[in-house]
Design a binder for this molecule. Structure first.
Ligand code: ZN
Length: 303
């Protein structure tokens, strides 16, 4: 079984005590995906229009091959033009720090938003140069886009990213990230409630796992429609982890998208969730970089 390249055991029955700063019972990481303008579009040199993770219903979600889908394009434009700024106001007014998964081309198209992220003290992690499925491109293209994304973030925010999240990752993604170097963590994994070390690619590499269930993408893929559904799911996740955190503190990731939760009919769920969390002591609102730095320091890899 030792050559089976999956870890079905992890921390097992006794996960480590996270020992979060200040004795917190839970670490909460909000993530805003900044992708709009980098999606599939013939204006971006692609073969077809985008249909994934926007307000196209299941029947409408058919790409236009060789042409533009102006409705889909405008749904993405909403995220950059209106949704981003709604989320920016919510999180800055709440003084809650955020990690942005920044797509290089999207940041290049929205320099004012990139500057506002830095002004707010947010972390910008790399999320590809394009918002595409990296299983569809060659390893060479994926490597080149990794470097282009790092450069775009450095140029638009003034600092290179130390975190990575590909999303629709290929079989090569993690190795390319490790080979590139300069990263404290990647978040391409969903397999635990705590960060963990991965040694598949020669040296110990930290994974800070992400969530596709505490994630507003469920509004687009099915599963939730109203803010009430989304709030209830986030609240239940928080309450479970908070109770467990008396003995075994964990982390909770919440994934958000400008064009999805940024719509007024959904943003209220986020405000209600923030209100719920703020009724509790012992919550550490952290950028993923800080969670990674804590894990490197407090839970270093041992052979
Ligand atoms: Zn994303």
């Amino acid at each position: 079984m030792s050559d089976y390249p999956r870890d079905m055991v992890g921390f097992g029955s006794e996960p480590p005590h996270a020992d979060w700063p200040g004795g917190a019972r839970i670490a909460i990481s909000f993530v805003i995906n900044h992708e709009e303008g980098a999606e599939s579009c013939i204006l971006n040199g692609d073969a077809q229009s985008e249909r994934y993770l926007c307000d196209l219903g299941p029947v409408e979600a058919v790409p236009v091959v060789g042409g533009r889908d102006l409705n889909a394009e405008s749904m993405f434009e909403y995220g950059a033009r209106a949704g981003f700024w709604r989320l920016w106001r919510i999180f800055t007014e709440a003084s809650v720090p955020v990690t942005v998964y920044g797509v290089g081309m999207a940041l290049e198209r929205t320099p004012e938003a990139a500057a506002a992220m830095i002004e707010a003290g947010w972390e910008v992690a790399g999320h590809g140069y394009r918002w595409i499925d990296y299983r569809d491109v060659s390893e060479e293209v994926e490597r080149a886009h990794l470097k282009q994304c790092i450069d775009a973030i450095a140029e638009t925010t003034g600092a290179r990213p130390v975190g990575w999240f590909s999303g629709r990752r290929s079989i090569h993604t993690r190795r390319l990230v490790v080979e590139e170097g300069g990263f404290l963590y990647d978040s391409d994994g969903y397999s635990d409630d705590l960060p963990y070390w991965n040694t598949d690619h020669g040296r110990a590499h930290l994974v800070v796992p992400y969530s596709r269930n505490n994630n507003d993408l469920r509004f687009a893929t099915g599963g939730v429609y109203t803010g009430g559904d989304f709030f209830a799911y986030l609240r239940d996740s928080f309450d479970t982890l908070y109770a467990e955190g008396a003995d075994h503190p964990k982390m909770m990731s919440i994934g958000l998208h400008n064009r999805i939760i940024g719509r007024p009919g959904r943003a209220g769920a986020l405000l209600r969730f923030l209100d719920h969390v703020r009724k509790h002591d012992g919550v550490w609102f952290a950028r993923r970089r800080e969670i990674a730095e804590h894990w490197h320091r407090r839970h270093p890899y041992f052979e």
